[in-house]
Design a binder for this molecule. Structure first.
Ligand SMILES: CC(C)(COP(=O)(O)OP(=O)(O)OC[C@H]1O[C@@H](n2cnc3c(N)ncnc32)[C@H](O)[C@@H]1OP(=O)(O)O)[C@@H](O)C(=O)NCCC(=O)NCCS
Length: 340
């Protein structure tokens, strides 16, 4: 049986459920120690009742912040607070990214919304670098403060491509190629070649061998896509290979790749899949990305991808078990400081 992880390890921090003894530290953080005991007790109750809720951001198990996760009638409200040091070195952003990806992978499929006071550009920057998008029509005033509302992208799976969706996928794929993406083409590949590939994918979707996963902005624009391929032998009905993972090149580094993979994992798990495999083209830093979302390198075919004459790359085979908690997310470069 698949159990959702209740601790998420990141670089130099962990997200864990709250405990009563966190109340003093979190109260000091928000400047209200009296109220924090009730708040933390409520968080603990919600975890016990729902199996999810607000996260404590911990460094060596000590609370240095929190990511509030509160289900409402038709959405989930997020909040993020941390010590100034943890905000300044990028770990508040890392915590929010992990919490959003976890929600996309495991929580009820409703919008994730975070409201930020208009005069708080730091939190706004943390939210945007975690993939959240400002939705101006939801901005509002409450208790004398103007609030901006940001919303996470959402994931939809697809088994066919109506004309507009096909056009969006081709547009995205062409832009990804031209930005140097490693999704079957090189920069400058003709649009017709991409269209022909998308047509082949449509055949796979129609025959049931492929399933598409799209990452959409709150406004419904496609900003990421991937495919799950079912092997043809029944002996491998419990596995899928992940193909053509891509996000809008203009929004790289804003956690969309992480959120897309969270959606891929959710979609595969929904089908009862236990193991995912994936091939990637070596030489563009993709190993670090996939390690961060739980994949392990299990093989390598040297020189089988000829990007250009004299530029042969390895094809690297990755593997991830879905039914288990992935390995801690502890790879990669140090965080950059956040904008203040
Ligand atoms: C690969 C891709 C999907 C990643 O998406 P992204 O939105 O830029 O990545 P994210 O912001 O979600 O990154 C998640 C983590 O991986 C790391 N990461 C992402 N790309 C990386 C790279 N090229 N090198 C090193 N680390 C990388 C990020 O630093 C981030 O770590 P953090 O959350 O600890 O800060 C995107 O770059 C892309 O579309 N590339 C072109 C298409 C492609 O080559 N796909 C691979 C097909 S096999």
């Amino acid at each position: 049986m698949t159990t959702r992880p209740t601790t998420i390890a990141g670089v130099g921090l962990a997200l864990r459920p709250p405990r009563a003894e966190d109340a003093d530290a979190l109260g000091q953080l928000v400047g209200d120690v009296d109220r924090s005991h009730d708040v933390v007790a409520d968080w603990v109750r919600r975890w016990e009742r729902d199996g999810f809720g607000s996260w404590v951001v911990a460094v060596e198990d000590e609370p240095v912040g929190f990511v509030g996760v509160r289900p409402r009638e038709d959405d989930i409200a997020l909040t993020v607070r941390s010590t100034p040091a943890v905000a300044a070195d990028g770990r508040a952003r890392a915590a929010l990214r992990l919490a959003v990806a976890d929600a996309i992978e495991w929580l009820p499929d409703v919008p994730l919304r975070l409201r930020v006071a208009e005069d708080d550009p730091t939190t706004c920057a943390v939210a945007e670098s975690s993939g959240l998008v400002h939705v101006p029509e939801d901005d509002h005033e409450a208790r004398g403060t103007r609030w901006q509302v940001l919303e996470s992208p959402y994931v939809r799976t697809f088994t066919s491509l109506p004309p507009r969706a096909r056009r969006s996928l081709v547009d995205l794929w062409v832009r990804v190629n031209d930005a140097g993406g490693a999704v079957g083409f090189v920069a400058g590949a003709p649009r017709e070649d991409v269209e022909a590939e998308v047509e082949r994918r449509e055949d796979g979707l129609a025959s049931g061998h492929l399933r598409g996963v799209g990452l959409m902005t709150p406004a419904g624009d496609l900003v990421g896509a991937a495919f799950l391929r079912t092997p043809t032998t029944p002996l491998q009905a419990h596995i899928r290979s992940v193909e053509s993972v891509m996000v809008d090149p203009q929004r790289r580094g804003a956690s969309l790749g992480r959120h897309l993979m969270a959606g891929v994992h959710r979609a595969a798990r929904d089908e009862g899949v236990e193991i995912l495999t994936l091939d990637y083209r070596d030489g563009v830093g993709l190993g670090q990305f996939y390690a961060k979302v739980g994949y392990t390198e299990v093989g390598r075919q040297p020189g089988v991808i000829r990007v250009a004459p004299g530029d042969d790359r390895d094809s690297v085979l990755l593997w991830r078990r879905l039914a288990e908690t992935p390995a801690p997310d502890q790879t990669g470069a140090p965080e950059e400081p956040e904008r203040r």
